[in-house]
Each structure stands twice: as C-alpha cells, then as structure tokens.
Write a new protein. Structure first.
Length: 284
C-alpha cells in the first residue's frame, strides 16, 4: 500500500454512508484495531452490522478484513516509534467511543477460549512436557517477562530444574549450556513480537528441544516452528494487552502439572518446607 491505512480512510471518508463513517471514526481512533479486531468485532464496537464493515473495506479497495490485515501488517509493524508514542492518546479516544464495560466482556471471552485448550490433546502434551522434561526454561518478551518469572517461581515449587531466561546475558546461555537430553522451552509474547523470540525458538528446535509458545492471534511465525502454540485472543479494552487469558493459562498449566506429577510434588514441597524452616523467612 502506497499510503498508510489511516490516511486512506481520511481521503475516502467523505464518500461513505453515515454508518460507514462510524466505522471510519472507530478505526481512525484506534488504528491498530485492523490488526487486532475481526470484522464482527469492528462491527460490534462501531455499532454497525458486519455487512457495513464489509462495504467499508470494499470502498477502500479491499475484499475483506483479512485482505486489509495482510496489506497493512508490514507497514504497521515498521512504525514502532509512532505506534508506541501515540498509544495513550489512541487509547483515550477509543475509550470515549466504546462501552465502558467492554474490557470486562473481552476478558471473559478470552478466558473462556483459554479454558477450551484444557480439553485438547495439545494441552495434554504440553502438560506432559513441562512435568517430565529434564529441564524446563521460560522466556517472556517485552511486558510478558513477569509472567515467565511467575510461572518459573511456581513450577519450582513442584519440580526441579525450571529456569527463567531473561536474556540479560544477550545469548540465553543457561539454555544453551544445559546438556539435558529432554529440554522444553516456553516462550510468552504478544504483538509486537520481540525480535529474539523467533530466533530463540527456531534454534531451540534445531537443537532437539521442545518449544511451547503462548501468544495472541497475530503471531504468524510460531506455527512454522512448533506444534505447541497456544493462541489467545487480544483484549483491546485494556491499555496493556493481552493479560487475563495468559494469566489464567499459567494457573491452569501449573495446576495440571501438579495433577500429572502427583506424589513427587509432595516430596518437592517437603524439601522446600525444610529450607523455609532453615532460613526462617516466613511468619508462623
């Protein structure tokens, strides 16, 4: 596309119907929505019908929302300073247009989708890998670092040899220095994806490790590297997104690993309990 999507809307907005202009206002107030929302979501948030959204895209020269996503993805991803610097103003404008309870609805929808993974064969295999691999590593990119840290902290209560990869050394040395026969790497990230995530995942697979990726629906690289991809919907009603579904997934994961391990968890907790008594770090 020769011109950015927002400029294209502005140029053609005067020729749109009243309902189509409502879509235009929503997308101009929330430019990244074209990469985040489906046509149905855009329709719901702009208070129009899905058919109106389809007509809107056709007036811009596209057959569908998918065609627009494909056209603007590369351009949008390259505008890092603009996207980050204007995020607060865009978010504030969006909040004035949308239902104030929309963020709660988005979170509930995302959590329900996360729960559906629990009944899939893929989830069962993920739990087995985390429970029984010789070593488990977790890396959270961008604002997802705290989720990796929390996951590692909880898993260390129930099994040994779980490590966080924070990339502070620049080369993720703990993972590559580990010579365990069965290694599992967990990556947590969301759009806009950290540059090192795909590289780390690809090299880990090449070295024989299993890779599990928790991401949002915009991740177009994970499926080409591993079969273990947990894709969760974005939660656009929140300034930082997505979070609720990922939090819930981490809790489900820890609980299911506990159930899978069974008695060894009791022994691991006993060791930790003895260490707590030794150092006296907790109140009675």
């Amino acid at each position: 596309m020769a011109k950015d999507f927002e400029t294209l809307i502005a140029e053609r907005q005067s020729k749109m119907t009243q309902l189509e202009q409502r879509v235009a206002v929503y997308l101009r107030s929330n430019p990244d929505a074209i990469l985040v929302d489906t046509s149905n979501t855009i329709a719901e948030r702009a208070f129009v019908s899905p058919m109106t959204v389809t007509r809107f895209f056709r007036k811009l020269g596209f057959d569908s929302a998918a065609a627009v996503k494909k056209a603007v993805r590369q351009r949008f991803a390259s505008q890092v300073p603009s996207a980050i610097g204007s995020r607060f103003d865009q978010f504030q404008r969006q909040r004035t247009l949308l239902d104030k309870n929309g963020d709660v609805k988005d979170a509930v929808t995302a959590i329900r989708q996360a729960a559906q993974y629990r009944s899939t064969p893929m989830w069962a295999k993920i739990v087995e890998l985390i429970a029984h691999s010789d070593s488990v590593f977790a890396a959270g990119f961008q604002t997802m670092g705290y989720l990796a840290n929390g996951l590692v902290g909880r898993l260390n209560y129930i099994r040994a040899n779980v490590h966080e990869l924070d990339g502070a050394d620049g080369v993720y040395a703990p993972f590559f220095a580990d010579r365990s026969a069965r290694r599992t790497l967990i990556i947590i990230d969301h759009f806009r994806y950290g540059r090192n995530g795909p590289v780390l995942a690809k090299v880990a697979r090449e070295q024989g490790a299993e890779v599990i990726i928790f991401c949002d629906e915009h991740c177009n690289w994970a499926a080409g590297i591993t079969a273990f991809v947990v894709t969760l919907p974005s939660e656009p009603g929140f300034f930082f997104r997505p979070t609720m579904a990922l939090h819930f997934c981490m809790h489900m994961l820890v609980q299911d690993v506990i159930d899978t391990l069974g008695e060894p968890v009791r022994r691991q907790l006993q060791l930790l309990s003895e260490a707590q008594e030794l150092f006296g770090q907790f109140q009675t």
